[in-house]
Design a protein around this ligand. Structure first.
Ligand code: ARG
Length: 431
């Protein structure tokens, strides 16, 4: 490893302690490295604007930053534990290539705001991906709710309750994924603030051009208080994990339904073959492993959020504890997004088994319809309820699922799904 940036004469670096300090940090920094480089370019421009580096120096620095990004992308430059972290690697490379000019890059910044800005750019990208996946899932659910209607049992407590439909099942997830997409975008707006230029957390005695770096990096606003930038580390990461978690809560319940519905006992759903696997010992098996891993993915997101929450028991200012948050967000965000990415296609291609669903609708499931019809005709509801309870089986004689569904006119129920309202809200998220 080259000398750490902070190495002073007279002190020795112990290898074991160094490993502990760096942990897997330098490897995680690979994930944020291109963002760190992009932020470094904006920082250099800002320094040129206030005359701390000359225009020629800025041009050379930016050229070398671009070259570093290209080498990193094509594998010529490897970010590994030769370096303490990605930030040091950038300065080391610029110094190696440009000598004294390279040694100017860190004027007015600290690794503390450097890691914040790189992470924040990365988080913003992930929220855009989150919104995209949620909108795609909502769109598929909307199309299926609108284009195909099959009666199915509606359950409460996992007991057969009332007649429902595949449209109602899908409509619930339409609105869920719209909420999740909205939350992704709201969270994006919430964290869209530039921390670069706050340095170690207390500003610097230079008139940094923070307006320029904010615009150049595409942030909606500057994170104003130098002291807030460090206070927001971890807090913003948690918000992103909560946004992903919100979508995965919906995915978890959906996946639960599918894992039940694909059992022989239910037999309501057939999954596309690619979404199932076989058993290594039981030749007869087709297992819904993908659905199970979708269900499990929430755990990783929630665990990452909890890890960061635990870390944040800290006084104000930068504390090295915060470094651990990078592992959490990387792991949690990654698991969450690769799961969500699969959901639209799975939902588009799963198939309902109309006969099995119809066979699971029993006469007693019309009892609520019967009681409410009586109530509509003037019988006090509780009396109608008791009468229908007594004759639950026979009350349903002669009724059909279609009739029950056609009469379900309360807004948001089968006969008035208000899908146009949901479609308008989904469309508005693209504006
Ligand atoms: N790896 C560090 C982190 O993620 C970078 C910042 C180091 N700052 C420092 N003052 N030691 O937090």
């Amino acid at each position: 490893m080259p000398q750490p940036l902070w190495q002073k004469s007279g002190s020795k670096v112990d290898a074991k302690i160094m490993r502990f300090l760096a942990g897997d940090d330098v490897l995680l920094d690979r994930e944020f490295f291109l963002h760190d480089i992009a932020a470094s370019k904006a920082h250099v421009e800002g320094l040129a604007n206030i005359g701390v580096v000359s225009t020629d120096e800025a041009t050379a620095l930016k050229r070398e930053l671009d070259a570093l990004a290209a080498d990193f992308t094509n594998g010529t430059f490897v970010l590994d534990d030769h370096f303490e972290d990605g930030h040091s690697a950038i300065e080391a490379r610029l110094t190696e290539r440009l000598g004294e000019t390279g040694r100017k890059v860190h004027a007015g910044r600290s690794r503390n705001d450097q890691v914040l800005v790189a992470t924040r750019l990365w988080l913003k990208e992930k929220l855009v991906a989150l919104a995209t996946h949620c909108k795609a899932a909502a769109r598929v659910c909307l199309d299926r709710a609108a284009n195909e209607t099959l009666p199915m049992p509606g359950y409460t407590h996992l007991q057969r309750a009332v007649v429902s439909s595949t449209s109602m099942w899908f409509a619930g997830f339409v609105e869920g994924f719209i909420d999740d997409a909205q939350r992704a975008l709201d969270t994006l707006a919430w964290i869209d603030a530039n921390p670069l230029g706050t340095a170690a957390g207390y500003g610097v005695n230079l008139k940094l051009d923070r307006g320029h770096t904010t615009r150049a990096l595409g942030f909606a606003r500057m994170q104003v208080a130098a002291t807030y930038a460090q206070l927001s580390r971890g807090k913003y990461e948690m918000a992103v994990l909560e946004a992903i978690g919100s979508a995965l809560l919906d995915v978890r319940r959906l996946a639960w339904d599918l894992s039940l519905f694909t059992t022989a006992e239910f037999g309501f759903v057939n999954l596309p073959a690619e979404y199932t696997t076989g058993s290594s010992i039981m030749p007869n098996k087709r297992n819904p492993d993908v659905v199970e891993l979708l269900r499990a993915s929430y755990a990783s997101v929630a665990a990452a959020r909890t890890e960061i929450e635990q870390l944040l028991s800290l006084p104000s200012g930068y504390q090295r504890d915060l470094q651990i948050s990078k592992g959490g967000i990387f792991h949690g965000v990654h698991r969450g997004l690769i799961a969500l990415e699969l959901v639209p296609d799975l939902l588009a291609r799963m198939q309902w088994n109309a006969a099995a669903m119809r066979a699971a609708i029993e006469l007693a499931m019309y009892a609520t319809d019967v009681a409410i019809e009586q109530a509509a005709a003037g019988v006090p509801f509780r009396d109608a309820y008791h009468a229908a309870a007594k004759a639950a089986q026979s009350a349903g004689q002669g009724r059909t699922p279609e009739h029950s569904l056609a009469a379900r006119v309360s807004p948001g129920a089968h006969a008035d799904l208000c899908l146009d309202e949901l479609r308008a809200r989904l469309d508005s998220l693209d504006q």
